[in-house]
Design a protein around this ligand. Structure first.
Ligand code: ATP
Ligand code: MG
Length: 584
C-alpha cells in the first residue's frame, strides 16, 4: 500500500550489534517461552514477583548503585534514584500498604501524576501480592468512579490536589478504605519510619499483578487483568525490540495510566536493568528535544501522535540540539504513518520502528526489529514465539494478501488473564480455528500479511469503511492525507450514504501556514487538491468525498484518534464514554 522504499538494514545501520541479531534465526530456534525463564529470577516452587524482577534482583549485582530513574518535573525539578533507592522505597511503601491491611489479590490504585512516588508505590503494591491499578491523573470524578467501583479498589494513592476528585465520589465507593496522600506529612512520616526490608510475596505466575482499563478508543474501557508471568514477555520484548542494554539511557514517553507505561516504563525496561528517564511535563517540541539532549537518551519509545506533532513543529529546531546519542527509535499506540518513519531517518538519521500490541496482549506482539528491514507503513513481524494470523469472520484462516481479523495464537506469557468482573466478555476474545480447533485471540483490529511475512494494519474492525463494495481502512487514507504538505493530522470515518453504503469523510488538521488561507475560497481549492492527491497516490475509490478542516482531532489520553467521536458528532448521535478523551 505504500510507495515508500524498504529501509534496508545492514551492519552499518546500528551503532552496536542488536540484541536480536537475526530475526529469522530467532524464529526458527524458538522452542518454548520457559527457555527464557532463566533470564529472570524465580523463587522456589516456580513462584515469581514482577517487582522483584524489575528491581530487587539487580541489588546483588553491579547495578545496585546504577541510576534506574532520572526524573524531571514539568517545572524542571530533577531527582535521581538508583536501583537500590527504588528497592528501599518500594519496600517501605509495601510495608505501609501491608500495615493498612492490603492483602494478596486486593486492588490498590494509583491516581498520581508521573512523579517518583507513582513508580515506587507501583512496585510496592506488587510486592504485597495485591493488584496494582493505574489511573491517568487527568481523570475526572466520573472516570474515577467507574474504575474504582468496578475494581472495588481498597486503597487509592494520590496527591492532595487530586484527592479532591476522589472525595466527590467517595460515598459511592464502599470498598475504598484508605486514601493515601503522598505529599502529606503523614505519608512522609510513615515512609521515614517504615522498615527498609519487606517480604516480597511469592506469587503463582498466573496470579494477577496489575490491572488497567483500556484506552476507551472504541467504547467503554474494560478492566484488563495481567498476571506476574507477564514480566517474561515484557522483559524479552524490551530486550529484543527496544534493544535495551546497560549502557543505554531510555526514554519511554508513555504515562503508566496506559499499558505502555507499565510494561515498558516500569516492568520490562527495569527488568533489563536500564536507566530510564521520566518527564512529567506536557508535550512541547523544544522541551522534548532538550530532554533527549540533556539525558543523552539513546533509546526512545514514543507514539505516532507525538511524532506527527514534532513533524508539524519546525523541523529546523531539532538542529539546535545534540542528539548524537540516539541510536534506536520506536513507536506504539496507533498506526505509524510511513511519512513518520521517513522523517525519523531525515531528522535523526534513524527510522522509527513501529510496534503493535494492546492492553489485552500485555506486551509487544508484532514489530520492527533493529536488525530487520523496515517496510514503512508496516507493523513488522511477530515477536519470535508469537504466531499471528489473519482470519475471516467465519473463523477460517485467510491466505497471505487477504484482509481480515488480526489474531494471535494462544498462549503467550503476557496474555490477559481476565476482564475484571466480566467473564463472558473475556471469553468473547477467544475462538477455536475452524478445522484445527486451535485456540486464537481475536484482537479486534483488521490487517493483512504480505508475502514476505510483514503485517499491515488496516483499521480497527469498527472503523473499517465499506464504500461501493470496497473495504477501505481509515489508516491508509489518513496516511495519504498526512503526506500532503498542508496536512498535519487526519481522522477518517465512513459516513452512511444511500448510494454507496458509506462514503469516506476526512477531518483534517492543517499546517499553520495553511490555516488562515483555507478559510476563504482557497479552502475549497485545497479540498479539491487533497481529494485529487489521495486519488492519485492511493486509489480512486479510496479518496474522501467529504473533507472538513478542524482545529484538533479528538484523542484519548494515550494519544489515539477517537474516530467514534468524529462519527457520532457527524451523525448527531450520542458520543458515548468520554472518560479517556483528552479534553472535554
Ligand atoms: P479500547 O479497547 O477501549 O477501544 P484501545 O484499543 O485504544 O481502547 P489500547 O489497548 O490502549 O486501547 O490500544 C490498542 C489498540 O491501539 C490496538 O488494538 C490498535 O487498534 C491500536 N494500535 C496500537 N499500536 C498500534 C500500531 N503499531 N499500529 C496500529 N494500531 C495500533
Ligand atoms: Mg482495544
Amino acid at each position: 500500500m505504500t510507495n515508500y522504499p524498504t529501509i534496508h538494514k545492514n551492519k552499518d545501520s546500528f551503532k552496536i550489534p542488536p540484541n536480536l541479531p537475526n530475526y529469522e534465526n530467532a524464529v526458527k530456534d524458538f522452542k518454548h517461552w520457559s527457555d527464557f525463564e532463566k533470564e529472570l529470577t524465580y523463587f522456589d516452587d516456580h513462584k515469581i514477583n514482577a517487582a522483584y524482577n524489575a528491581i530487587d534482583r539487580h541489588i546483588e549485582t553491579f547495578r545496585r548503585n546504577k541510576i534506574a530513574l532520572f526524573y524531571e518535573s514539568e517545572t524542571g525539578e530533577k531527582k535521581e534514584y538508583t536501583f537500590y533507592d527504588l528497592f528501599v522505597l518500594s519496600n517501605k511503601a509495601a510495608n505501609i500498604f501491608k500495615d493498612l491491611g492490603l492483602e494478596r489479590g486486593e486492588r490498590a490504585f494509583l491516581f498520581l501524576p508521573r512523579i517518583p512516588e507513582l513508580f515506587y508505590c507501583f512496585l510496592g503494591i506488587q510486592k504485597t501480592g495485591a493488584i496494582t491499578g493505574t489511573l491517568f491523573s487527568a481523570f475526572g470524578p466520573q472516570a474515577l468512579e467507574d474504575r474504582l467501583s468496578d475494581s472495588q479498589a481498597k486503597i487509592v494513592i494520590t496527591t492532595k490536589e487530586l484527592k479532591e476528585r476522589i472525595e466527590i465520589i467517595r460515598h459511592n465507593l464502599p470498598h475504598l478504605e484508605h486514601v493515601i496522600v503522598v505529599d502529606s506529612q503523614d505519608f512522609t512520616d510513615k515512609m521515614e519510619k517504615a522498615k527498609e526490608i519487606t517480604h516480597v510475596a511469592r506469587m503463582d505466575p498466573d496470579e494477577p499483578a496489575f490491572m488497567l482499563y483500556t484506552s476507551g478508543t472504541t467504547g467503554k474501557p474494560k478492566g484488563v487483568v495481567h498476571a506476574h508471568r507477564a514480566i517474561l514477555m515484557e522483559y524479552i520484548t524490551a530486550k529484543w525490540v527496544l534493544d535495551l542494554r546497560d549502557q543505554d539511557t531510555y526514554w519511554c514517553t508513555a504515562d503508566p495510566g496506559w499499558v505502555t507505561g507499565i510494561a515498558y516504563e516500569i516492568l520490562g525496561s527495569w527488568a533489563n536493568g536500564v536507566t530510564s528517564v521520566v518527564f512529567s511535563g506536557r508535550f512541547d517540541p523544544k522541551i522534548w528535544y532538550e530532554i533527549l539532549e540533556k539525558y543523552s537518551v539513546s533509546v526512545w519509545y514514543t507514539a505516532p501522535t507525538a511524532i506527527r506533532m514534532l513533524m508539524a513543529a519546525d523541523s529546523g529546531i531539532v538542529k539546535n540540539y545534540n542528539l548524537s546519542n540516539l541510536r534506536h527509535l520506536c513507536s506504539v499506540g496507533e498506526p505509524l504513518n510511513p511519512e513518520c518513519v521517513e522523517w525519523g531517518l531525515k531528522v535523526f538519521g534513524l527510522p522509527f520502528h513501529d510496534s503493535w500490541w494492546q492492553t489485552e496482549t500485555g506486551g509487544i506482539m508484532i514489530t520492527n526489529y533493529p536488525s530487520m528491514d523496515i517496510k514503512p507503513g508496516s507493523m513488522g513481524k511477530p515477536v519470535p514465539g508469537i504466531i499471528a494470523g489473519i482470519f475471516k469472520d467465519d473463523r477460517h484462516k485467510l491466505p497471505v494478501g487477504q484482509e481480515g481479523n488480526l489474531c494471535i495464537k494462544c498462549k503467550w506469557p503476557s496474555q490477559m488473564r481476565a476482564i475484571w468482573g466480566r467473564p463472558k466478555k473475556y471469553e468473547s476474545y477467544f475462538f477455536a480455528e475452524k478445522g484445527t480447533g486451535q485456540k486464537w485471540y481475536l484482537s479486534g483490529d483488521r490487517a493483512t500479511q504480505d508475502k514476505d511475512g510483514y503485517f499491515w494494519f488496516v483499521g480497527r474492525a469498527d472503523d473499517v469503511i465499506k464504500t461501493s463494495g470496497e473495504r477501505v481502512g481509515p489508516f491508509e487514507v489518513e496516511s495519504a492525507l498526512v503526506e500532503h504538505p498542508a496536512v498535519i493530522e487526519a481522522g477518517v470515518i465512513g459516513k452512511p450514504d444511500p448510494m454507496r453504503g458509506e462514503i469516506i469523510k476526512a477531518f483534517v488538521v492543517l499546517e499553520k501556514s495553511y490555516q488562515e488561507r483555507a478559510k476563504g475560497k482557497e479552502g475549497e481549492k485545497l479540498i479539491e487538491d487533497l481529494k485529487a492527491y489521495v486519488k492519485k497516490n492511493l486509489a480512486g475509490h479510496a479518496y474522501p468525498r467529504e473533507i472538513e478542516f478542524i482545529d484538533k482531532l479528538p484523542k484519548t489520553r494515550s494519544g489515539k484518534i477517537m474516530r467514534r467521536i468524529l462519527k457520532a458528532k457527524e451523525l448527531g448521535l450520542p458520543i458515548g464514554d468520554t472518560s479517556t478523551l483528552e479534553e472535554y
